[in-house]
Write a protein that binds this ligand. Structure first.
Ligand code: ADP
Length: 465
């Protein structure tokens, strides 16, 4: 009984630390809107609002075969996308896990690895002579780190995010680096299995999700990614992007903007409710001060937030007395996927949580502790979803999309696999906008992250929730 009471007491403290009131959320939305505007006005802002040189919406009638390499954060994906028109498409995909060495080593080696995976993919998916002579297969490179672009087929890496730190890459044109790797593998503009590849576009995953969602559902106005990182894109009127006025583009035309909103509140830390666990994550990260918004929301960090709370209670002698806790004391030992598992444990005894702690951390738990962990996971996951709602609300409100309603394309494992995440984002939007929040619909664009089976991801699904 003593334990139970203690755990319940502790929970109250964390509830007040991690709970966001609607009023606080609305304040964040206002600050967010201002930040988005400033990013459109001037170059080099914290939230860089990057012009993507993707002009306007697809019609849904586009057809053809396209290759895509997606360097996400946790996985590398290679896809062959067949657009069939009428908003229909098919995807054949392979997934390769990135190692820590690849993330932290030399940048050129990382792109060499991407090229190798592409070569393997082509080898196993194309037969000699399957394309027409002189037919070039266009390759899009989804590179989901902030890049400044002057054209669609070029991109200079501003800075690595999501724990990446590969050397000799920041400040360089990553499209050119990737072309160099493709050349080495004899893939670029050359016949390999009679499949000549041409790198035609470098694109952020958010922009990709925006266009892919719009291809299927023309009500799409915004796209968000909840994966290793967190980011959004939307379509802006060129006349409303003062910082590119000098290019003399048609003011009335539209261009997709990659917000890179994960950087919101970086360095200044004025608007977001950070706990001491968030501060610890930030300070011990490879990029202190940066990606302040992302560090409260994305898959890379949520498990770590929970782990830090647990470690604090171990240090205070509240949890696991007399047990060896070294396994759970390893930084990033608790993956965000565990939060999903803990929350969705259907058993009264919380057997799944018993399994997680015994199997992965060699720790025995009491029922009261397991209930506490589950409640804590809920708090951390709910805060992340509600903060995300603030970002979405800022774009929706700035663009005036609330009156007619709109669809938001969403992708990433956190969104697709964390069962309560989508509902909580939606609930957050209603806390901000009232009933009108219901007019914002989400489209799950799960091309890549929905399927656990590493090798059989051979379909593109899309459905409205
Ligand atoms: P990327 O962002 O690298 O393209 P994903 O969209 O698959 O890749 O996101 C990977 C992130 O999602 C990881 O940080 C991982 O912890 C998290 N994740 C994976 N599975 C789950 C899950 N079931 N529930 C919550 N988060 C998950």
């Amino acid at each position: 009984h003593a334990t139970k009471k203690t755990m319940a007491d502790h929970l109250r403290k964390y509830e007040s630390l991690f709970t966001l009131t609607p009023q606080r959320m609305r304040m964040i939305v206002e600050a967010f809107k201002e930040t988005l505007e400033i990013g459109l006005e001037k170059h080099g802002q914290i939230v860089p609002m990057i012009p993507t040189y993707v002009f306007g919406w697809p019609t849904g009638q586009e057809t053809g075969e396209f290759l895509a390499v997606d360097l996400g954060g946790t996985n590398l994906r290679v896809c062959l996308v067949t657009l069939q028109g009428d908003g229909k498409f098919e995807v054949t995909q392979s997934k390769y896990r990135l190692t820590e060495e690849q993330k932290q080593g030399d940048g050129q080696d990382l792109f060499d690895f991407c090229a190798s995976c592409l070569k393997t993919f082509i080898d196993s998916n194309f037969e000699e002579g399957s394309l027409q002579p002189n037919e070039l297969l266009p390759l899009g490179f989804t590179f989901s780190y902030p890049c400044t672009q002057e054209r669609i087929d070029q991109g200079t890496l501003i800075r690595w995010t999501k724990g990446f730190g590969a050397a000799n890459t920041e400040g360089r044109d990553v499209a050119e680096m990737f072309r160099e790797s493709l050349r080495k593998k004899a893939l670029l503009m050359q016949t390999f299995q009679n499949v000549p590849v041409e790198l035609t576009a470098i694109i952020n995953d958010t922009t990709g999700t925006l266009i892919a969602s719009a291809y299927v559902n023309p009500k799409t106005r915004v796209a968000v990614i909840f994966g290793t990182g967190c980011n959004a894109a939307y379509m802006e009127r060129i006349g409303s992007i003062p910082k590119i006025k000098h290019l003399g583009l048609d003011d009335g035309a539209e261009m997709a903007i990659n917000c890179e909103w994960g950087a919101f509140d970086s360095f200044v830390h004025e608007h977001l409710p950070r706990t001491k666990y968030d501060v610890t994550i930030d300070e011990s990260s490879n990029k202190p001060g940066e990606q302040a918004f992302e560090k409260l929301i994305s898959g890379r960090y949520l498990g770590e937030i929970l782990r830090l709370v647990i470690c604090e209670l171990i240090d205070d002698g509240v949890l696991f007395l007399g047990q060896n806790t070294y396994k759970i004391e390893i930084p990033y030992a608790l993956d965000t996927a565990f939060l999903s598992l803990m929350e969705s444990d259907p058993t009264e005894e919380l057997l799944m949580i018993i399994g997680i702690f015994t199997h992965f951390f060699a720790l025995e738990t009491t029922l009261a502790e397991r209930q506490f962990f589950r409640a804590l996971a809920k708090l951390v996951g709910r805060r992340a979803a509600r903060l995300s709602a603030c970002g979405i609300a800022a774009i929706v409100s700035k663009m005036g999309y609330l009156e007619d309603g709109c669809a938001v394309g969403a992708d990433g494992s956190l969104y697709n696999k964390y069962p309560s995440f989508p509902d909580r984002v939606h609930e957050g939007l209603q806390d901000i906008f009232g009933d009108k929040g219901k007019r914002v619909l989400f489209l799950r664009t799960f091309v890549g992250s929905a399927n656990n089976d590493e090798d059989s991801e051979r379909q593109g699904y899309l459905h409205t929730c």
